[in-house]
Write a protein that binds this ligand. Structure first.
Ligand SMILES: CC(C)(COP(=O)(O)OP(=O)(O)OC[C@H]1O[C@@H](n2cnc3c(N)ncnc32)[C@H](O)[C@@H]1OP(=O)(O)O)[C@@H](O)C(=O)NCCC(=O)NCCS
Length: 146
C-alpha cells in the first residue's frame, strides 16, 4: 500500500520534533526557542512533511523584498532518499510568489556534500563563496524552472 504524504504549516506542537531532528542533522542546531521566536515573525515560514501521519522533514525560510532565504531544511534520516526533500521544495515553490521575488538562496557548509548534491539535483546553482560559517551560496532562479 502506498504511503500517505502530506505537507502543512509548522506549528508549535511540532517544535520538539523539529528541534530534535535539527540537533541530529547539524552541529550548530537552531534551538527550540529560536524556532518558536522565528515562527512568530511574519516574514518567516515553516513547513513540515508527514508520511502516514509521522513527521518526516521540515523547512524554515525567510521572506525578503527581493528573495527567499532558506534558514534550515532537513529530512529525518529514517525517511531519506524517498523524495521527501524534493517534495518539500516543490511545495515551497507553489507557496512563493516568483513575480515579486525571483530567487531562493541557501547557504550550506562546504563539507555538506550530500546537501550540495541534493541542491544541484533539484536545480540550484552554486553562485558564490562567502567567508562565513556556511560558505557555499546556492541559488535557484524561479523563472528558469517555471
Ligand atoms: C539533503 C537532504 C535534505 C535530502 O533529503 P532527501 O529527502 O533524502 O532527498 P530526496 O530523496 O528528495 O533526493 C533527491 C535527490 O537528491 C540527491 N541526493 C539526496 N541525498 C543524497 C545523498 N546522500 N547522496 C547523494 N545524492 C543525494 C539524489 O540525486 C536524489 O535523487 P535519487 O534518490 O533519485 O538519487 C537530507 O539528506 C538531509 O536532511 N540531510 C541533512 C540535513 C542537511 O544537510 N540539510 C541541508 C540540505 S541542503
Amino acid at each position: 500500500m502506498s504511503k500517505k504524504f502530506f505537507i502543512r504549516w509548522m506549528v508549535p506542537r511540532d517544535m520538539d520534533w523539529v528541534a530534535m531532528t535539527e540537533w541530529m542533522c547539524f552541529d550548530d542546531p537552531i534551538s527550540c526557542q529560536d524556532f518558536v521566536d522565528m515562527l512568530r515573525k511574519r516574514n518567516h515560514v515553516g513547513l513540515v512533511a508527514l508520511i502516514d501521519g509521522e513527521l518526516a522533514g521540515y523547512i524554515l525560510y525567510e521572506i525578503f523584498s527581493d528573495r527567499y532565504e532558506i534558514i534550515t531544511f532537513a529530512v529525518h534520516e529514517d525517511f531519506r532518499r524517498q523524495g521527501v526533500g524534493t517534495k518539500i521544495m516543490e511545495k515551497m515553490k507553489v507557496k512563493v510568489s516568483p513575480q515579486k521575488r525571483r530567487k531562493l538562496i541557501f547557504e550550506v557548509r562546504d563539507s555538506n556534500l550530500r546537501g550540495q548534491l541534493f541542491l544541484k539535483k533539484i536545480g540550484f546553482k552554486a553562485t558564490g563563496v562567502t567567508g562565513d560559517y556556511y560558505p557555499m551560496v546556492y541559488e535557484k532562479k524561479f523563472q528558469e524552472t517555471g
